[in-house]
Design a protein around this ligand. Structure first.
Ligand SMILES: CC(=O)[C@@H](O)[C@H](O)COP(=O)(O)O
Ligand SMILES: NCC(=O)COP(=O)(O)O
Length: 237
């Protein structure tokens, strides 16, 4: 079974645009679960322009499914994750001022650093995942860092889907096979949508989790949050 984890960063971005607490990010997290989401993802950035560190602390006790915290393991992020103890932490190599995530880790060049950070989170009983490009070498090297899972960065798949979806999925199937062979769990995310999700899942049915935010929240503007979450779940059946 592939779990759908809803990334609620975009809801926080909307709230932050006016100050105040509308929409209420904590309530949206609860409602996503009520409407069928099997996890909640947040990605606090150092400048807190999307989800805030205080949101992460507020959401943790409310989430009854799985909580996934994504981000660059700078010291204050590591402290937050160890304090909040989510189900899963996903390490993403974002620069401070990056608009959004746009690449995975070089797991060979950063092996010592990643091994150390992964070890600290695993010691605290937190499942770990490393954000990687669809590159078999990077997936295999992620295993050597001691992580439980990898998350494949799917933006290139989403970008290539309309032109030639068979070609766009190819490196992802290869990377996913490597993950399975070396015994890593498998997540995926970034720009997955109602257009491209079903084909992705059909080709990689052993996926453990997808985390989806931007397209899902956009769809919810038209369809409503409950029908939207149900539509995404249908793509994963
Ligand atoms: C790692 C990843 O792909 C997501 O966490 C994504 O970066 C979230 O995007 P925003 O923070 O831009 O909403
Ligand atoms: N890890 C990917 C994620 O959480 C959501 O990415 P996106 O759907 O907002 O592009």
């Amino acid at each position: 079974m592939t779990k759908l984890s809803v990334n609620i960063n975009k809801v926080a971005t909307l709230r932050n645009s006016r100050g105040g607490n509308n929409p209420d990010v904590l309530q949206v997290a609860l409602d996503c679960e009520k409407f069928g989401a099997q996890g909640i993802t947040v990605h606090p950035r150092p400048d807190e322009r999307h989800i805030r560190y205080s949101d992460v602390r507020g959401i943790r006790p409310l989430v009854k499914t799985e909580m996934n915290i994504e981000g660059n393991p700078i010291p204050k992020y590591i402290d937050l994750v160890l304090e909040v103890r989510p189900t899963q932490v996903t390490l993403v190599p974002d620069a401070d001022d990056q608009l959004t995530s746009n690449h995975g880790w070089d797991t060979k060049a950063n092996r010592a650093f990643l091994t150390d950070v992964i070890g600290r989170f695993k010691e605290a009983g937190i499942r770990t995942s490393i954000f990687v490009d669809a590159d078999q070498e990077m997936v295999a090297a992620a295993k050597e860092c001691g992580t439980d899972r990898v998350e494949l960065y799917t933006e290139p798949y989403a970008a290539g889907y309309m032109d030639d979806r068979a070609e766009a999925i190819r490196p992802f199937v290869e990377a996913a096979r490597t993950a399975r062979e070396v015994g890593l769990g498998l997540n995926a995310g970034h720009d997955l949508s109602l257009v491209n999700l079903h084909y992705f899942h059909e080709n990689i049915p052993w996926l453990d989790e997808v985390s989806i935010g931007h397209a899902l929240i956009c769809d919810a503007l038209y369809m409503g949050l409950h029908p939207t979450i149900q539509a995404y779940l249908k793509c994963l059946r």
